[in-house]
Design a protein around this ligand. Sequence first.
Ligand SMILES: Cc1cc2nc3c(=O)[nH]c(=O)nc-3n(C[C@H](O)[C@H](O)[C@H](O)COP(=O)(O)OP(=O)(O)OC[C@H]3O[C@@H](n4cnc5c(N)ncnc54)[C@H](O)[C@@H]3O)c2cc1C
Length: 452
Amino acid sequence: MPPFKVIIVGGGPAGLITGHCLAKAGIDFEILESLDKHDPNAGASNALWPQSVRVFDQLGLLEEATTLHSPVDYRQSITPEGTPFYKSDVFKQTRELHGHSFMLFHRAELLNLLDRRLPDRASRVHNNKKVTAIETHVNGVKVACVDGSVFEGAMVIGADGANSTVRRLMEEKAAQKPKKEAMKTAYAGLYGSCTRLPGLEDGTFYETHGPKFSIQLGVGRTRAFFIIYHRLDTPTTERHKCSEEEKTALAAEYADSFITPEHRFKDVWDIALWSHMAHIEEGLVEKWYGDRVVLLGDNVHKMMPNAGFGFNSAIISAAALTNGLRRLVLEKGDAEDISNDELTRVFAEYERIRKPDASKFVNVSAAYARAVAWDNVVFRVVDRYIGPYIRMDIILLKGLMSPLVRQGLVLDFLEEKDFREGSVKWKNPRQTLARVREHEDPNAKNSDEQSS
Ligand SMILES: Cc1cc2nc3c(=O)[nH]c(=O)nc-3n(C[C@H](O)[C@H](O)[C@H](O)COP(=O)(O)OP(=O)(O)OC[C@H]3O[C@@H](n4cnc5c(N)ncnc54)[C@H](O)[C@@H]3O)c2cc1C
């Protein structure tokens, strides 16, 4: 009888982190990724918040991640004319609140780490496999790719991004009308990286706040990462692939905007190593699962990237889903024994746990993006004049973000070696070996709690 095997569609950040979680849980899986390989230049920055750093620690990825990241302590806000109006130690305070740092990466380096370190990567990740169809039968699934290949497993995790094929197939099968309105686009993003410019301050995240736009500039070890968020005239639910002409025109529109007190956007654009323009969808999908299919990552919770919560949300989702699947597999043993109903119960529990949190992150990210882009006159006055005076970002960090961060789930079967806690206690306490054992066998008495 074949062992329980998961087919993950999408080998992006969400698919790969899920692979790591499943590997540690002892659950077999294969990843189908449509791209030939990940471009080592692609993407801008991707930052980890402390709740995700805990999961990286559990997965044994933290040590190497630490060597790749760039520390961030400060956010420097400026006007498009280059006037600095607020310097905040918001990231330093994040570390003081939660123990772990806010870790900034080049997205390609983070993805490369996840890809390279995946156990049995060569046999588990299949590139050039664009999934086009999923067939569900009584004991499992058949997943078909555009090249005619077919992969079989017990279930599918769709981790194929905002414009998800798996979500579309799932909704069509359930005869639900595809809920187009779940993902709306109000902003376009122009993002990329360039070699590090002279004059940038280490540990500083620059943010230009302007009418209907904002620009972020992250300072990495060897590169700087830029993102323009440009508000569209009319929000849309239609998919749109931005052309090279649109990208060039947007770069020209913001060329003279300051991105630090000394640099204009054209200074990074002229030396860009990679850039891309895309519509940034936002939304939360209503139903996260169907028959033997469950969704994870940007395909269910897509948010504005300004606050850096998108991948972080996928990491916590991967932990939640893995915890549930592992319990089921331990109880049932093999694929033949696991019914559709049993999987559905795990999927429903995963959605129940994750949806409220994901919804809050989508909303917080939306509000942040609009406040710094002076979406209306109130945002402008508060952000430009009142916020710096009362240190509103710190108030929001402590009152809004930190309560969400502290709720972050961890894998309930792995210990945390580099556990850290700041002034705010984690909702899910340190995973020690004793706690893991107690979780496996609730009758076992804690004997080695000393490791906490
Ligand atoms: C400029 C920018 C900055 C960001 N900064 C941060 C940050 O600091 N912190 C943070 O947490 N998040 C950040 N995000 C968000 C983060 O990048 C996303 O949340 C994350 O990439 C989502 O991962 P995913 O795997 O769900 O989707 P994707 O990244 O879209 O990956 C999906 C993968 O599936 C593959 N795929 C698609 N269709 C198919 C198919 N049919 N068959 C097989 N494979 C398929 C794709 O090729 C791709 O590799 C940022 C986003 C942007 C745009």
